[in-house]
Design a protein around this ligand. Structure first.
Ligand SMILES: NC(=O)c1ccc[n+]([C@@H]2O[C@H](COP(=O)([O-])OP(=O)(O)OC[C@H]3O[C@@H](n4cnc5c(N)ncnc54)[C@H](OP(=O)(O)O)[C@@H]3O)[C@@H](O)[C@H]2O)c1
Length: 271
C-alpha cells in the first residue's frame, strides 16, 4: 500500500517510524514537506521518498495522510482540489471536522478523521477515528491498521464524540504530567532529593497504570483494595475528597470538550 504524508513534522515522523517497525517497506512511503532540512533528515533516517510539493507521483497513493498543522490544512486541502484520483484521505489535524475537509477538497467523500495523542511519539498513543459515510469497511480497516503503528485505536460513530475524546485522551497526557508534577513536588516537600522524587512519581504512575490495565477490576475497586481503614492512603484520599479533586477533574475535562467543539467551529469557518 503506497502511503503519502502531506507534512513531515513530528506526527508524520512517529507514524513513519511505527510503520517501518511493522515492516512496511520504505519504498511505499512518500513525504511532502516544503522544508529542505526536514526532507533530508526523513530520507536519511527512514529511506523514504520525499518531495517539496504534492507532485502527481506523490498523489498516486492508496492512502494520503494529511499531517500539517490545523491552520495550514484549509490551504493545503484547497490546493489538492480536483487532483486526487481515489486515495483514502486520513487527516490527523486536531479540530478539523471531516465535513469541512471534504468541502475544502471539493466534496471529496473518502475521509477518515483521526485524533491521536502525544504518546504516539513512542508507539504508546491512543487514536480516536471517525469515518465519513462513504468510507468502506476495507478502508476503515486500512486507516485503523495504519494508526495502530503508533498505539491503539478506537472508532466513534458520531463525530461530536471526537470532542470528548480530544478532551480525555488528546489533552489527557498533560493531566497525567500535572499529576506526576504534583506527586514529585510532594516528594521533594517531604525532604526527598529531586532525582528520587522524580523516579518515585514516574514509577508509581507507570506501575499503577500497568496494574490497572492488567486487572479485571475497575479503578475504584483497585483503589479500595489499597485503602486500609485508618491507614495512610485513606488519610490522603480524605484530603483529596475534601478538596473536591475528582469534581475538579470532571469539570476540567468538560471544559476541554467545550473548547474542542468551539475550536472545531472556528477552524471550519476559517477555511
Ligand atoms: N503532536 C501531536 O501529538 C498531535 C496530537 C494530535 C494531533 N496532532 C495533529 O497532527 C498534525 C501534525 O502535528 P505535528 O506536531 O507533526 O506538526 P508539525 O511538526 O508542525 O508538522 C507539520 C509539518 O507540515 C509542514 N507543512 C506546512 N505546510 C505544508 C504544505 N503545504 N505541504 C506539506 N507540508 C507542509 C510543516 O512545515 P513548516 O514547519 O515549515 O510549516 C511541518 O513540517 C497537526 O494538525 C496536529 O493538530 C498532533
Amino acid at each position: 500500500m503506497r502511503i503519502t504524508f502531506i507534512g513531515g513534522g513530528n506526527m508524520a515522523r512517529a507514524l513513519i517510524a511505527g510503520l517501518l517497525a511493522q515492516n512496511t517497506p520504505p519504498g511505499e512511503l512518500h513525504v511532502v514537506d516544503p522544508d529542505e532540512d526536514k526532507r533530508a533528515s526523513l530520507a536519511r533516517d527512514f529511506g523514504v521518498a520525499t518531495g517539496a510539493g504534492a507532485s502527481p507521483a506523490a498523489l498516486a497513493a492508496d492512502l494520503l495522510i494529511l499531517a500539517v498543522k490545523p491552520q495550514q490544512l484549509p490551504d493545503v486541502a484547497k490546493s489538492l482540489q480536483g487532483r486526487l484520483a481515489s486515495p483514502l484521505v486520513v487527516s490527523i489535524a486536531a479540530g478539523i471536522r471531516a465535513g469541512d475537509l471534504s468541502r475544502w477538497l471539493g466534496g471529496y467523500p473518502r475521509i477518515v478523521r483521526v485524533m491521536p495523542n502525544t504518546p504516539a511519539m513512542i508507539g504508546a498513543g491512543i487514536s480516536g477515528l471517525f469515518a465519513l459515510p462513504a468510507v468502506s469497511a476495507q478502508d476503515k480497516a486500512r486507516a485503523a491498521a495504519t494508526l495502530a503503528a503508533v498505539g491503539s485505536t478506537v472508532w466513534v460513530d458520531d463525530e461530536s464524540e471526537l470532542d470528548a475524546l480530544t478532551a480525555v485522551s488528546g489533552s489527557g497526557p498533560a493531566y497525567v504530567f500535572y499529576f506526576i508534577e504534583a506527586l514529585e513536588a510532594a516528594a521533594t516537600g517531604l525532604g526527598l532529593d529531586a532525582a528520587t522524587s522524580r523516579r518515585l512519581a514516574l514509577e508509581t504512575f507507570l506501575g499503577a497504570a500497568k496494574l490497572a490495565a492488567a486487572s479485571a477490576e475497575d479503578a475504584a475497586g483497585l483503589r479500595a483494595k489499597v485503602t486500609s481503614k485508618g491507614g495512610t492512603t485513606e488519610r490522603a484520599l480524605q484530603v483529596m475528597e475534601q478538596a473536591g479533586i475528582k469534581q475538579a477533574i470532571i469539570a476540567a475535562v468538560g471544559a476541554a470538550a467545550e473548547r474542542a467543539k468551539a475550536l472545531g467551529d472556528e477552524l471550519g469557518q476559517a477555511g
